[in-house]
Design a protein around this ligand. Structure first.
Ligand code: DX5
Ligand code: ZN
Length: 216
């Protein structure tokens, strides 16, 4: 299982320590939530934190753009070291073009689906994607409760990926816990984002290891 701890839940007074904890842990990626206060009802952080991550993080930056017009910022996040750039289906009128723009930067291309958005909307682009991010809470905040229907969506997405011969990874984001990780693995998830579960744990690195070894 790929584990992507969400920096949104880190301690910003000691961000360097939390970045180093992730560097030293068994985590695979850094999940970076960029929120504009328009597409989602919250504002997280932007380029200065991304730039700090680029300097200090020793693992790929998995950037989740929760922006009304993500296409405007694809090139800039690529320049700031994003390995994966994920845009929301709901924010892209020209999704195909947005995917091509991400790929032109050399980053891997992801598309995120909100909880209400059905899987079939990706059927004509799934073969071009490196990642599909399934929101398992409504985007905007860490620490929310997992929406159980995500398990059905995950299984349906896995079928679509197989049917279309896509190599896209399935990433689940929101309310992931050590308890629901195994069900997500069985449903076809390849990557788990974890904010609250990691950063509110008494031992974050051990929690990362538990998520990493899901199903082992
Ligand atoms: C929510 C963000 C998530 C968030 C997950 O909009 O996309 O990445 O950080 O946090 P938890 O794991 O606490 O639900
Ligand atoms: Zn996210």
């Amino acid at each position: 299982m790929i584990v992507s701890p969400s920096v949104l839940s880190a301690n910003f007074l000691n961000l360097g320590n939390d970045i180093e904890m992730i560097n030293q842990s068994e985590a695979d990626w850094f999940h970076v939530d960029i929120m504009d206060g328009v597409f989602v009802p919250n504002i997280s952080f932007g380029m200065p934190i991304m730039s700090a991550l680029q300097k200090a993080a020793k693992k790929p930056l998995d950037v989740h753009l929760m922006l009304k017009d993500p296409s405007l910022y694809i090139a800039e996040f690529a320049k700031l070291g994003a390995a994966y750039i994920t845009v929301h289906y709901e924010a892209c009128t020209h999704l195909h073009r947005a995917i091509q723009s991400i790929k032109q930067t050399g980053a891997k291309a992801g598309v995120a689906l909100n909880p209400h958005t059905p899987i079939y909307v990706l059927s004509e682009v799934i073969d071009q994607l490196d990642l599909v991010l399934l929101m398992s809470v409504n985007p905007g905040f860490g620490g929310q409760q997992f929406i159980a229907n995500t398990l059905n969506k995950c299984a349906e997405l896995k079928q679509l990926i197989i049917k279309k011969g896509s190599s896209a990874l399935i990433e689940v984001d929101g309310g992931v816990t050590v308890q629901n990780a195994h069900d997500l693995l069985l449903a076809g998830a390849d990557a788990l984002v974890a904010g609250n579960t990691v950063f509110s744990a008494s031992n974050p690195s051990v929690t990362i290891r538990l998520l990493k070894n899901t199903g082992a």
